[in-house]
Design a protein around this ligand. Structure first.
Ligand SMILES: [Zn+2]
Length: 286
């Protein structure tokens, strides 16, 4: 086992990386308004880099029942949105990453998008030989929150640049789209739950196997620095709601010792979130 792969009961989980980009300090550490029941723990670190490196993590969950991909990275299609990212270094794309494990596009049963920002669903679609866009995983059901889907089609002005229609619109006509509202079981031991804040209908994925559980929290907890209540990233549409959501989900995940998988952490994406003084901190798995 490496820090990028682990076994959870009867399930294998791999973290695949679809490249990296950087964000300025001012976007990394934003002090949210204090929400009742959450305690901020001090100012941003006084020293450190001016820009932070973020990975775009994709999680592959292989259970006895299904092969599931959680988020699909930025993909390989060019877009103006992607060109806005600082220092973007693309990965080889999800198809190539899966190919490294002997897994073809047709072998994926379920794709889940935590939300439809372009760095989380860019690999959902791919070009056909005739140039038309199609679902990148022909046999997969794509599980997306209905509210997120509707937001992506008609985004609020503030969030418009984060949605690229080519990443998701072709799914509609494919018949492979499963729009869910709130909690839903998507495979044996695998459920999605609403975790709003970053977007209004952001969802997370909980996988349970052999008495263990793992939370894929998307941009609710993008990096280790965002596990506590002190900071959110500047991209959260409703930072106060992000804190409320974290507090609610920690009530279960901390108590039961869930493993947490982080969407944008570079080297140690798997860990646990534990109590740390008055707040919470992410502790990476060794
Ligand atoms: Zn996002």
């Amino acid at each position: 086992m490496t820090p990028r792969e682990l076994i959870l009961g009867g399930v294998r989980v791999r973290c695949l990386e679809d490249g990296r980009f950087t964000i300025p300090r001012g976007a990394m550490y934003v002090r949210p308004p204090t929400e009742a029941g959450t305690r901020n723990q001090g100012p941003p670190p006084a020293s450190g880099p001016d820009r932070f490196v973020l990975a775009m993590n994709i999680f592959l969950v292989e259970s006895p029942d299904a092969r599931i991909v959680i988020d699909t990275g930025i993909g390989t299609k060019a877009s103006p949105a992607a060109s806005e990212l600082g220092d973007l270094a693309r990965g080889p794309g999800l198809e190539a990453l899966l190919g490294g494990f002997g897994i073809g596009p047709g072998d994926i049963d379920i794709v889940v998008n935590t939300h439809l920002h372009f760095d989380h669903c860019g690999g959902d679609t791919a070009s056909s030989p005739d140039g038309r866009l199609r679902p990148a995983f022909p046999n997969a059901v794509y599980v997306i929150q209905k509210g997120e889907w509707e937001t992506a089609l008609h985004p609020p002005a503030r969030d418009e640049a984060s949605y690229v229609a080519a990443d998701f619109e072709p799914l509609a006509a494919s018949g492979r789209l499963r729009l869910v509202e709130g909690e839903a079981v998507i495979a044996a031991g695998v459920e999605v739950v609403l975790t709003p804040g970053h977007t209004a209908h952001h969802q997370s994925v909980i996988v349970r196997s052999g008495g263990a559980a793992m939370l894929f929290a998307g941009d609710l907890i993008p990096t280790a620095a965002h596990a506590g209540f002190s900071f959110v990233m500047s991209y959260d549409l409703d930072p106060r709601l992000s804190l409320k959501t974290k507090r609610a989900i920690y009530g279960r995940s901390v108590q039961e010792g869930w493993i947490v998988a982080l969407a944008h952490e570079t080297d140690r994406p798997f860990g646990t979130i534990d109590r740390d003084g008055v707040g919470f901190a992410f502790r990476p798995l060794a």
